[in-house]
Write a protein that binds this ligand. Structure first.
Ligand code: UDP
Ligand code: MG
Length: 317
C-alpha cells in the first residue's frame, strides 16, 4: 500500500499563480501515482490566508472540477503563512494523509524535488528538510538579514539549519508531536528541528517568482525573526541581566572614584564629558534592555490569551 501524500500550499493573494501551480503540482502527483510511489488518494490542499483577490474562487473551482485531488481551506482573515501551513497540515492529517509536503504557491522552490522528498521519506526519514542551495533570488537586504538571523539563532543556542525553508516533508508521527505544542505563535522552522525523530535533507535551487509579488516585506520578515528568537531562546534576557550586573559594577567603581575625587582631590567639576557619555550610554542600554524584556512580555501576552491560532471560515474537500 503506497502512502497518501498531501501537498500543502499557503496562499495570500495568489490569483496569478494558483492555476499554473496547480497544473505543475498535479502533473507531479500524477507521475508519482503512475510510478506507484504514492497512493492515488494523494491530494493538493490550498489554504487561502485571507486573500482579498480571486484566490478563493479559483481554489473552489479547482475543487469542483477535481474533488478528489484538490482540497481548500479559507481563513476568515489573514493569519500569516505559518498558521496557513499549520492548518493545512492538521486538516490533511484528519483526511488520513500519510506524509505532508509544504511548498509556496509561487513555486519558487523546485517542485521537481518532491520525488526526492518522497524517496527519503520511504527510506525512513520522519522529517525531510528542504535547504536552499543559495540566496541568489533574494535582494541585498533580505540576504543580509537572513544571514544575521541564522547567525544570531545559532549563537543563542537555537538548533536551526542555515537556509532551511518552509519546503519540507513530515510524516504522521511528526504531526502527532506537533499537535502537542499548544503555543499560539508557532515558529515551524525551529519546532521541526526540536522534535527529534529521524531527519534528512533535500537541497534545492530557488527560482525567481514568476507571477505576483512577494507577500513578505522586510518588516514582516523582521517580526517573524523576532518572534522566532523570542519563542525559542531566553539567552537575550540572560544577556540583559549580565549587562545589568556589569553596569552596576562599573557604577560602583565610578561612585568610589567620585567620592575619592570629592574628599581628597577636590576636582569634582572636571569630568563633565565622562558624565555625559556615561549617562547616554547607560540610558541607551536601559532602553534596549527594557525593549528586550518587552519582546518577551509581548510573547507572553499572546500566549496567555490562548486565542485560536486561526479561524477557518469555510472548507472544500
Ligand atoms: N503567504 C501566506 N500568508 C501571508 C504571507 C504569505 O499564506 O501572510 C504565502 C504566500 O502566498 C506564498 C508563501 O506564503 O505561498 C510565501 O510567500 P512569498 O512567496 O510572498 O514570500 P517570499 O518567497 O518572497 O519570501
Ligand atoms: Mg516566494
Amino acid at each position: 500500500m503506497q502512502p497518501t501524500l498531501a501537498i500543502i500550499v499557503p496562499c495570500l493573494n495568489e490569483e496569478d499563480c494558483i492555476m499554473f501551480t496547480y497544473q505543475k503540482l498535479d502533473k507531479i502527483l500524477k507521475n508519482l501515482v503512475e510510478s506507484n510511489s504514492i497512493s492515488q488518494n494523494s491530494f493538493i490542499i490550498f489554504i487561502d490566508d485571507g486573500s482579498s483577490d480571486n484566490t478563493w474562487n479559483l481554489i473552489s473551482e479547482l475543487n469542483k472540477n477535481n474533488p478528489c485531488n484538490v482540497k481548500g481551506i479559507k481563513f476568515s482573515r489573514n493569519f500569516g503563512n505559518q498558521k496557513a501551513i499549520l492548518a493545512g497540515i492538521l486538516e490533511s492529517y484528519n483526511m488520513q494523509a500519510d506524509c505532508f509536503i509544504t511548498i509556496d504557491a509561487d513555486l519558487q522552490q523546485d517542485e521537481n524535488k518532491i520525488e526526492e522528498f518522497i524517496q527519503k521519506y520511504k527510506n525512513g526519514a520522519n522529517i525531510v528538510f528542504g535547504i536552499r542551495n543559495n540566496r541568489k533570488t533574494d535582494g541585498f537586504l533580505k540576504k543580509i538579514t537572513a544571514l544575521a538571523f541564522y547567525k544570531i539563532m545559532n549563537l543563542l543556542g537555537v538548533n536551526i539549519k542555515v537556509n532551511h525553508s518552509d519546503y519540507r516533508l513530515i510524516d504522521r508521527s511528526a504531526v502527532e508531536i506537533l499537535q502537542q505544542y499548544r503555543e499560539t505563535n508557532l515558529f515551524l522552522r525551529c519546532i521541526f528541528n526540536e522534535i527529534g525523530l529521524k531527519k534528512d535533507y533535500v537541497f534545492f535551487e530557488v527560482k525567481p517568482r514568476k507571477k505576483g509579488k512577494s507577500k513578505y516585506s522586510i518588516t514582516d520578515l523582521m517580526s517573524l525573526a523576532l518572534s522566532g528568537i523570542t519563542s525559542f531562546s531566553i539567552v537575550p534576557l540572560r544577556i540583559v541581566s549580565c549587562i545589568g550586573l556589569f553596569m552596576s559594577l562599573i557604577s560602583f567603581i565610578i561612585g568610589i572614584s567620585a567620592f575619592w575625587d570629592y574628599y581628597y582631590l577636590k576636582t569634582t567639576v572636571s569630568g563633565w564629558t565622562t558624565i555625559v557619555v556615561a549617562l547616554g550610554f547607560i540610558g541607551g542600554m536601559q532602553i534596549l534592555c527594557i525593549g528586550i524584556i518587552g519582546e518577551y512580555l509581548g510573547q507572553l501576552f499572546y500566549e496567555i490569551k490562548a486565542r485560536p491560532r486561526y479561524i477557518i471560515e469555510t472548507k472544500c474537500s
